[in-house]
Write a protein that binds this ligand. Sequence first.
Ligand SMILES: [Zn+2]
Ligand SMILES: [Zn+2]
Length: 210
Amino acid sequence: MMNCVLCDSPIRKSFQTNDKKNYHECSSCGLIFLDCNDRLSYADEKARYESHQNSPTDISYRNFLNQLFQPLSQKINKDNIGLDFGCGPGPTISKMFQENGIKMDIYDPIFFPNNYALKAQYDFISCTEVVEHLFDPAKTLNLIDLILKKSGWLGVMTKIYDKSIIFEDWYYRKDPTHVAFYSKQTLETIADMMGWKCEIHSDNVVLFQK
Ligand SMILES: [Zn+2]
Ligand SMILES: [Zn+2]
């Protein structure tokens, strides 16, 4: 018997897509996650991130991140300090906040493993295109909870799954580094589990308040 990697409920539904990947779907929180045997190796995963070439000089990447930057910046003050958790090889949203006079640290387990960030306390944390890559989302959410101040905000970007999407054909699923897919129900379960409040802003932006 396997349990959900987010809410720990027993998994009753598993399926295979036509590209021979195996997924598990949690009936309790709605998370769909890739079987651990179908994950990329660490080296392949890292190579894939390095090939993305996101950078602060890329206007379309800035526009993409602006979808989170706008609502998150409404929630914070000039003297707040934030963390970009999982910033990847080309940290960008931290630059966008800094250009607006707000200090932000960066952390990435592969590219910027600044362990001091994991011992600090932040007023806000951004997590853009990160949660869909997590093998153990419960562990990472607990870590984020430890470094987020009470009443602080966590801004998450991930494409939210809903039943109108044909999972098999979904471009977001086909990224080989994407291993976990969240529905609205999953995001609400996270808020319940963590004792946070949850505001879903669009089909790829959610804000949590501790
Ligand atoms: Zn679950
Ligand atoms: Zn991603």
